[in-house]
Each structure stands twice: as C-alpha cells, then as structure tokens.
Design a binder for this molecule. Structure first.
Ligand code: CMC
Length: 426
C-alpha cells in the first residue's frame, strides 16, 4: 500500500472520487476501484488487459523485458540449476526446499503417482479416437469422486494432499489417454524413475520389454514441465481461481483450468503449431503462409508466434530453443522435413518487418511443439503435456486464494440489450 491516490471525476457526479493506489514489490501500481460500485459505477475491461484480478506472491512477469520469476527466481536460472519437482515445491511453499525437504517432497509425489484402479474403467466409456484433453477434463474432475479425504478446502492438510495427488497423477492420466488411444495396456508408474523418466516410461514402455528413457529426452521433458509450471494470472489459472472462489473442490477446479487451457489461443497453441506445419507441408509454401499471416482479411495466424504479455521475447522460448537443438541431435532428426519447415519459418519470422515491428517472436509453444513431435508424443497430446506441467501453478494459485480471505469472483457488465418490456398479449 502507498499513500498514493488516484482521482476520478465523472460527468454528472458532483464529487471527485478518490481511489487508493497500491504498490507491489515490483511491477505496475494498481488502482483500487472497489468503492465504485457504491456510486453505481463499474469499470470496463473486457480481456482484463488493465485489470489485476488478485494479489499474489507466486509468479512475476515483465513482458517488456522478457522476465519470468517463480517466487523471485528467474526462469533461466531455474531451468539451468533446478528441476521440475523442486520448482513445484517452490511454487507451492514459497521457498526452495533444503535437501531433506526436497527428498521428502519427491518421495511424496512418487508415492502418489498411481491412480485408483477403478479410474481405468472410465476410459472404456470414451471412443478410442477421443481427444485426450476431453478425457482429461473428465477424469481429473472425477478424481473428486475417489479422494474424499482431500475435499475440505478449509482444511490445510486436505489442501496439501490434494496438491500432491494432482501433481503426481497428471502424468499418469496423461500417459493413460495415449495408451488408450492406441489400444495398449496402461503402464503402472515406476518408483525407481524420476518424474520425467517415469512419464516417458508410462508413454512408451510396454509390459513386453523394459523402456530405457534417454537422459537427453528426460531432461527436455523436465524442462518443458518446469517452463510451463506457472505463468501468473493467465486464462486457465484465472479460471481455476474463479472456480475455486465458489468453494468448489480442487479436482473440479483443476478440471476447469484444463478446459480453459484447451483453446488454441492458450495451451492449444503447441498443437496448433504442428497442425500449421502439416498444413504448410513443404518449404516452398512458406512464403504463401507468411503472406496469409500478414493479411488482415485472412484469419490465419502464425501459431507459436506472439504473446499477450511478452512483447520483447518469451524467456521460456529461449531455454527451449537450446533444448530443441539437443533433442533433434540426440534423435538424429535434424533433417526431418517438418522440423526443417519449422526452423525456416522461425528464421523468416525473426527477420520479417511485419513480425519484428509487432514483436511477434516464437513463443514457448513453438519450440515445445517441435520437441514433443521429435520425441514421438502425438500431436493431440501436446496440450495435455502443458496441463501436466501447469498443474503446480494452478494448485499454488488455488491454495494461495483459499488460504487468504477471498470473495466469490463475480464480474459485472455493460448492459446494451433491450430494457424492460412487457410480454406481448396475443
Ligand atoms: N501471426 C500473425 N499476426 C499476428 C500474430 C500471429 N501469430 N499474433 C499477433 N499478430 C498481429 C495481430 O494481427 C495484430 O496486428 P495489427 O496490430 O496490425 O492489427 C498485432 O499482431 C497484435 O496482435 P493482438 O491480437 O492484438 O495481440 P494479443 O496480445 O491480443 O494476442 C496472442 C496474443 C498470443 C493471442 C496472439 O499473438 C496469437 O494469436 N498468437 C498465436 C497463438 C499462440 O501462439 N498462442 C500461444 C501463446 S503462448 C502460450 C501461453 O502462454 O498461453
């Protein structure tokens, strides 16, 4: 809180309204407009471009400078020195764990990766070709039917166990959607593997032979999860908060986050990147598609380029660009035709005036899409991978909201429909 005030005068109002201005630890000040409702005034901000929906201590983004901090730590340092589960602990608890806390946390996650055996039966109700996000929305929400000992949102122990379960079970469910789609048996998690190795094992292992995850691929998966772990009040996190503000249970809230993430303007972009590359099909078509992306009368956009917040560069994309090169080399896929199109597209867009002027740099989804494709993850599973990585962020925000005083999220509107009218008499 600062002593600063904002003054608002409105035509027709005799008084000038004084509004308090708050200062965060960094970032823009915010004007507290809560008292406006008592003067019969609302603020209008569709898309929430100028709205701070809550106070939070978890993640900070400076879009102009390309900065992303988890609890103060820059994402580049975390990607280099930390790992996904350590970042989960950091996001949930506010501080990095000491070695004992870390090993207890890693063990707790490890021992919650298995899902209730009856959840397996849910899968049989879905067509084999169902979109994995459709299945995830259903089965994650359905976890609330199984884990009754973690549904009381005002009980801190319940919240903690729900957080562990959600982070631990997401990769298991994600891999199950893939196994179901190809008619393979589900693979149980293995406690001797790291989080990312275990995910690759559940994806690509079979009961017929051992799967040995490559350290380069496991490391790239870990980075993808880590870089997606949180991104402050994005659409899906805001959805989780809104759902949580009604008192809904954590599994239901995370399921609502998965729904919001699904759209191509948000988490669906990594899938859209690959679909776009398939559509372009050949390097000779790139110019045509660049022209389409620039044409205001054409709805086509270069997927994986641009960001609502990062107007300089996406720091996550920088980290994944390097990981991307390692993965392609490890798999000997530098000459893959689709990936070659991606690399040419990246080069053209980085030099083209239209993209440079509008700061449309490749975002995290551009590179994660390419890495996931190279690893052999099916394209329709990409957004599920994003959801798996984002789960600790969703849970941390939900937990932060519930552990502080909060109100049900209930925006208002500028009504422009018909005013009162009587139903016609016949
Ligand atoms: N291809 C071509 N033109 C674009 C693109 C693009 N991908 N993105 C923005 N523009 C143009 C847009 O037409 C506009 O041009 P003008 O000023 O001449 O009218 C200008 O750039 C600003 O665009 P905007 O739509 O006002 O920007 P926004 O902040 O509302 O949208 C965005 C951000 C991410 C939705 C958008 O850039 C986009 O649709 N990108 C492709 C989808 C994508 O990759 N999304 C993943 C985002 S990263 C994952 C996450 O954090 O969720």
């Amino acid at each position: 809180m600062t002593g600063k005030k904002a003054q608002l005068s409105v035509d027709g109002l005799s008084e000038t309204i004084e509004l308090p201005v708050y200062e965060g630890t960094t970032g823009p000040d915010v004007v507290d407009v809560r008292s406006l409702v008592s003067r019969d005034l609302f603020t209008f901000d569709p898309g929430f471009m100028s709205t701070a929906s809550c106070e939070s201590k978890i993640t900070y983004i400076d879009g102009d400078k390309g900065i992303l901090l988890y609890r103060g730590y820059p994402i580049e340092q975390l990607a280099e020195k930390s790992d996904y589960l350590e970042c989960c602990y950091l996001l949930l608890n506010g501080e990095l764990p000491n070695p004992k806390q870390k090993s207890e946390f890693v063990n707790a996650i490890r021992y919650h990766t298995m899902v209730h055996e009856q959840i397996n039966h849910f899968f049989n109700g879905f067509p084999r070709h169902a979109h994995p996000m459709a299945i995830m929305v259903g089965v994650v929400g359905a976890l609330s039917a199984f884990y009754h000992d973690s549904l009381i949102i005002n009980d801190e122990d319940h919240r903690k166990i729900a957080a562990l379960r959600l982070i631990a079970k997401m990769p298991t469910l994600a891999a199950m959607t893939y196994k179901y789609s190809i008619g393979h048996p589900f693979m149980y998690p293995r406690n001797d593997l790291s989080f990312s190795e275990n995910f690759l094992h559940m994806m690509f292992g079979t009961p017929c032979e051992d799967y040995v995850p490559s350290p380069v691929l496991a490391d790239a998966m870990d980075k993808i999860f880590l870089l997606h772990a949180d991104h402050e009040q994005n659409a899906s996190t805001s959805t989780v908060r809104l759902a949580g503000s009604t008192g809904a249970n954590p599994y239901a809230c995370i399921s609502s986050g998965i729904t919001a993430l699904w759209g191509p303007a948000h988490g669906g972009a990594n899938e859209a990147v690959l679909k776009m590359l398939f559509e372009i099909g050949d390097a000779k078509n790139i110019d045509k598609y660049i022209k389409k992306a620039k044409d205001k009368d054409d709805p086509f956009r270069l997927m994986g380029f641009g960001h609502r917040v990062y107007k300089n560069f996406d720091p996550r994309a920088k980290v994944l660009r390097a990981a991307c090169q390692n993965v392609l080399k490890e798999l000997g896929k530098e000459d893959d035709p689709l990936l070659k199109i991606a690399m040419q597209l990246e080069k053209i867009a980085l030099e083209d005036e239209y993209f440079v002027e509008r700061n449309l740099y490749p975002n995290v989804d551009f590179y994660s899409g390419i890495i996931l494709k190279a690893i052999g993850i099916p394209v329709n599973l990409f957004t599920v991978i994003f959801a798996t990585g984002r789960t600790p962020g969703w849970v941390a925000h939900w937990h932060e909201m519930i552990s502080n005083p909060f109100k049900i999220g209930r925006p208002r509107q500028l009504y422009t429909g018909p005013t009162y009218r009587d139903y016609p008499t016949k």
